[in-house]
Design a binder for this molecule. Sequence first.
Ligand code: TXA
Ligand code: MG
Length: 315
Amino acid sequence: MDPLDQAAACIREGKVVAFPTETVYGLGANALDPMAAARIFELKERPAFDPLIVHIADLSQLQLLTPSKDPRLTRLAEAFWPGPLTVVVPKTERVPDLVTSGLPTVGVRMPDHPMAQELIRRSGCPIAAPSANKFGRISPTAAQHVTRHMPEVDFVLDGGETRVGIESTIIALRPDGYVILRPGAITREDLNRILPESASPVAAGSPEAPGMLASHYSPAKPFHLFTPTLLQRLDPSKCGFISYRGNAPQGFARVLTLAPDGDLKAYAAGIFGAMHQLEASGVECLVAEPVPEQGIGIAIMDRLRKAAHEHGLPG
Ligand code: TXA
Ligand code: MG
């Protein structure tokens, strides 16, 4: 049987399927079935206060999820869907409260990956999906990352490595514009071409930004952002180094270079894979080189800071 048919049959039976999107692998279930969504939280060991993103394949599915007729949603959809943008909009009663963690809003996106789109179509329902990792761990960018960390998932669709490599940009619409809740490959500059920005930003920890915890995406080993003084405090011969363009300090046990030609998109596409690779290797700790905070570099630094938070040495 075709894996996509098998996966769609699982979704229709209320099971959970890991599937590729252009950003990271998702852990999907029928978004309109609270029992199926509950299984996502259980498998992921995710706290109930952290809402799920709902994935659609077709604009006609939007009306199931939101009563919104906001013309800005149409403009954003035209500009960025399918693609790595999640828009938070008011929800309909059809969307279970569990999916949105009791919020009156739902995050929706149309992924730009043929397998994700085909899975949603064949399942016949929108699919709720967080990233397919245990809560707080590194997002998966290849099917092996999912099978290694979550062998209990009902079905894994293998679509190879993901193209973008970091999770979607999330925005919330406000009467006066939009606010970015999570940076991603679609940047502020991209969004500002379509919509004026909202004057007041969103604070982490506010009800509008649930799940935006300081520590997230952590490898199971200590993870540090590189600064020259770090070398006084750890032994590089026991550590792996994730390099931006290949200028690694001397002495590291392993060096993975992600973007020899300086393309930040390549760093984004490779960062979680490099973290998975070093986590599974013999090194004791991981060090990543910071990147310039421009364009997608803002989203990369957001992920690196969150990964470093739990294990980061002070200073
Ligand atoms: O690229 C992605 O977005 C991936 C792929 C699988 O699509 N998904 C993903 O989901 O990153 P997840 O669960 O790791 O992140 C979902 C985050 C939540 O932690 C929350 O911060 C935000 O999306 N979110 C979801 N619904 C929301 C809502 N109604 N209001 C505010 N934030 C919301
Ligand atoms: Mg996640």
